[in-house]
Design a protein around this ligand. Structure first.
Ligand code: PBG
Length: 425
């Protein structure tokens, strides 16, 4: 819908190359027409050639001199009168105007002014599209996430990627639904080079070599316990042993062709360990997007349904951050920066705008925001129930994540929003 695109998208710069004209439309400026000759004139004997407007100057009757003379003589030509002051409705109180010099509404009074002064832009280039994949041939709708599917890795996925690329979304992140029979306590399927994710990456890269593929690095889709790490007998999530597995997982993804590996597990020290593991295998060019501030959030509910990855017991509070904490994000930020992260991610998105701003103001690295499943589903549900305008709320939420400081946004709305920004619906 064009209406939403005009208010949200920043138009691309006008192509300067559209100026017309063959050689006859060039105006020749003699350098001596400069009031003072520029210093380079001495070396430059040729004339300056500047492209000017097309064709000869149109003659409409009086010459410039005659027009000026007429005005000087008091014969001012007619132009439309100043329009009358618009009437106020009857009953409007008669008051004297405030004596204020600041009236911020002046810069908001027309669409042209508003778009001229818009501080933040939103473009399909900012989106990373999370896609759920499975071994099946069919695309299975995800009940808790209307409009999202577990896509067949061989068919549905390729079609969805093609649709996204058509509207400028050329970055995706893959989330696999792994068969239960392949899940183990140590999640070893995570680094099977023939597993669902590496296989899918190879297929995608073969078809779309310039597609940027992000991967998720964590054990939960592969863990029979549904946790992001290895669970000890007493329920403790083992940190360093888990990181050992994550390094193998990241290397396997890189080997398949992943561009950006994204540890979402929240183990300590994993960014540095993954960096070393990638480098040792010759994957210096593969980036790490670290889930720097990932909170133990109830907004992940629909995602866990999508992947059937709910923890079998307990919660993720011993590794994901406490939603009440702000300063702690700085500790994670410093660790990730020093360990070599290329992109820092905050998750969830909208309820954590302050944390996005905190990272933005404390690091020069690119910041990513993850608009998670619960945020997506709430907007969808509100739209279906006609409580909110789904499309407008979608675009506003994405713009707000950008305004808070996110460079890129992982969002299930990527395709829908990009279509809207491109003027499609
Ligand atoms: C797991 C992972 C989760 C999400 C992304 N990676 C869920 C979790 O931590 O339990 C959530 C994404 C979403 O809710 O959209 N490593």
């Amino acid at each position: 819908m064009a209406a939403c695109s005009t208010s949200i998208v920043n138009m691309p710069p006008v192509n300067v190359g559209t100026l017309k004209g063959g050689s006859k439309n060039y105006a020749i400026l003699k350098p001596n027409s400069f009031p003072t000759r520029p210093c380079w004139y001495k070396q430059q004997h040729s004339m300056l050639v500047v492209k000017a407007s097309e064709g000869p100057i149109k003659k409409l009757g009086l010459s410039d001199a005659e027009c000026e003379a007429a005005v000087v003589a008091g014969n001012v030509p007619e132009a439309p009168p100043v329009p009358p002051v618009p009437a106020s409705p009857p009953g409007t109180p008669l008051i004297s105007s405030f004596d204020i010099s600041r009236r911020p509404r002046r810069n908001r009074r027309s669409p042209v002014l508003r778009s001229a002064f818009q501080e933040t832009s939103l473009s399909p280039a900012n989106f990373v599209y999370p896609l759920f994949i499975h071994e099946g041939e069919e695309d299975v709708p995800i009940g808790a996430m209307p409009g999202c599917y577990r896509l067949g890795w061989r068919h549905g996925l390729l079609e969805e990627v093609a649709k996204a690329r058509d509207v400028g979304v050329n970055s995706i992140v893959l989330f696999p639904k792994v068969p239960d029979a392949l899940k183990t306590p140590t999640g070893d399927e995570a680094y099977n080079d023939a597993g669902l994710v590496p296989r899918t990456i190879r297929l995608l890269k073969d078809k779309y070599p310039d597609l940027i593929i992000y991967t998720d690095v964590a054990l939960d889709p592969y863990s029979s316990d549904g946790h992001d790490g290895i669970v000890r007998e007493d329920g403790v999530i083992m940190n360093d042993e888990t990181v050992h597995q994550l390094c193998k997982q990241a290397v396997s993804q890189a080997r398949a062709g992943a561009d950006v590996v994204s540890p979402s597990d929240m183990m300590d020290g994993r960014v540095g360990a993954i960096r070393s593991a990638l480098d040792a295998e010759g994957f210096q060019h593969v980036s790490i997007m670290s889930y720097t501030a990932k909170y133990a959030s109830s907004f992940y509910g629909p995602f866990r349904e999508a992947l059937d990855s709910n923890p079998r017991f307990g919660d993720k509070k011993t590794y994901q951050m406490n939603p009440a904490n702000y300063r702690e994000a700085l500790i994670e930020l410093r660790a990730d920066e020093s360990e070599g992260a290329d992109i820092l991610l905050v998750k969830p998105g909208l309820p954590y705008l302050d944390v996005i701003r905190l990272l933005r103001d404390n690091s020069p690295l690119p910041i990513a925001a993850y608009q998670v499943s619960g945020e997506y589903s709430m907007i969808k549900a509100g739209g279906v129930l006609k409580m909110i305008d789904e499309q407008k709320v979608m675009l506003e939420s994405l713009m707000c994540l950008r305004r808070a400081g996110a460079d890129i946004i992982l969002t299930y709305f990527a395709l829908q929003a990009a279509r809207c920004l491109c003027g499609e619906n």
